[in-house]
Design a protein around this ligand. Structure first.
Ligand code: NAD
Ligand code: MG
Length: 353
């Protein structure tokens, strides 16, 4: 039996994870947590709000599935890595904010870090058994979101409802807005850098509207290996929870004979500046990625609350990145301070706008 602690159990990933666990006789939920909705009875140990590491200490799981949204997941990510407990990671924000601390914790803990984000799960699978020297570069695909093809001017008036209408994935509200701004791909770029250790100039992003190709790895011999599948998060969730096995899932097979066209195009960095801002923050390093994430979280909340126009999200993040100190965090306290400082700067930028 694999004993799983599911954090973020009421969310989009959390609910799909419950379905995967229920269908697999070798998987068992021993603990579950949510942010605000009660989940009593879902697992022997449950918690709503509070310090997630207390729940993990009590549960001593084999696998932590971190499907919390936002920086709130950082303590659980570092706990799992530090304790050598397998971390199935959906909560990309924690790896973006705490990249260096996470790598150091994984080094000490010696456990597995299995990405649940579909692109990174795909990359992990394409890279399995390969040596670094064989690698040329990796490619993340982006659906382009609901506003693909629009110019910057055409984005000025878009509404929350339009931004929440994602063409290929059904997800929580925060990541859906991030997909509309391409901040999601920006976060994923930094996530890929942390996970796979490649410099930013060897990580590309390409827009692929149907989300069938999740990622590609280019090798030095000129071959590229791509990972294909219908856009369904149950596949990477199942992969991470049953690794190194591949368990059966109820996800429909790809029907190639029905006609499958694979289109790719370059992202429009002028209309969607959050992608380029993420690359710059990642290259600067230190706590700049943490500031990028924090500012984005504040700005997305303000957009969802109707306090900020769509283009204001990128403007807020850009200002915060300019003003944030960015010096590296020695520990989690430092990181929390950098996160809080970036949030203060973002709120200041909102108030001034
Ligand atoms: P969601 O908003 O649907 O769910 C978030 C969950 O986190 C909820 O259960 C909520 O109660 C919980 N939560 C929030 N704050 C918490 C706190 N302080 N303590 C404990 N629990 C807390 O979000 P989602 O779409 O499921 O996304 C979750 C994470 O997975 C995000 O980091 C997202 O980027 C990532 N992700 C999601 C998808 C997807 O298809 N939904 C795909 C790839 C990656
Ligand atoms: Mg993704």
């Amino acid at each position: 039996m694999t004993r799983i602690a599911l954090l973020g159990a009421t969310g989009s990933i959390g609910r799909q994870a419950i379905e995967i666990v229920a269908a697999h006789p070798g998987l068992e939920l021993v603990a579950a947590a949510s942010g605000s909705t009660g989940i009593e009875g879902l697992a022997p140990l449950t918690q709503t709000g509070g310090d997630l590491t207390e729940l993990l200490e009590a549960a001593q799981p084999d696998v932590v599935l971190n499907a919390v949204v936002g920086f709130a997941g950082v303590g659980a990510t570092l706990w799992a890595l530090e304790h050598g407990v397998t971390l199935a990671l959906a909560n990309k924000e924690s790896l973006v904010a705490a990249g260096d601390l996470a790598l150091a914790a994984r080094e000490r803990g010696g456990g597995l870090l299995l990405p649940v984000d579909s692109e990174h799960s795909a990359l992990f699978q394409c890279l399995e058994g390969r040596r670094d020297v064989e690698l040329d570069s990796i490619v993340l695909t982006a659906s382009g979101g609901p506003f693909r093809g629009r110019s910057r001017d055409e984005l000025a008036e878009v509404t929350v409802g339009e931004a929440l209408a994602h063409p290929t994935w059904t997800m929580g509200r925060k990541i859906t807005i991030d997909s509309a701004t391409l901040a999601n791909k920006g976060l994923e770029l930094i996530e890929a850098h942390v996970l796979f250790g490649l410099p930013y100039d060897r990580i590309d992003v390409v827009v692929h509207p149907t989300s069938v190709v999740h990622a590609l790895v280019r090798f030095r011999d000129g071959a590229a290996i791509a990972h294909l599948g219908l856009p369904d998060m149950r596949v990477p969730i199942s992969f991470a929870l049953t690794y190194p096995e591949r368990a059966a899932t109820p996800v429909p097979r790809l029907d190639l004979a029905a006609g499958l066209t694979l289109e790719f195009e370059a992202p429009d960095l002028d209309a969607f500046p959050l992608l380029a801002l993420a690359r710059a923050a990642g290259e600067e390093g230190g706590t700049k990625p943490c500031a990028y994430n924090a500012a984005n979280e504040v700005a997305v909340t303000a957009f969802l609350d109707g306090r900020l126009p769509f283009l204001g999200i990128a403007e807020t993040v850009e200002r915060v990145l300019r003003d944030a100190d960015g010096s590296p965090a020695r520990d989690l306290d430092d990181l929390r301070e950098a996160d809080a400082e970036a949030r203060r700067l973002a709120e200041g930028a909102l108030a001034a706008a």
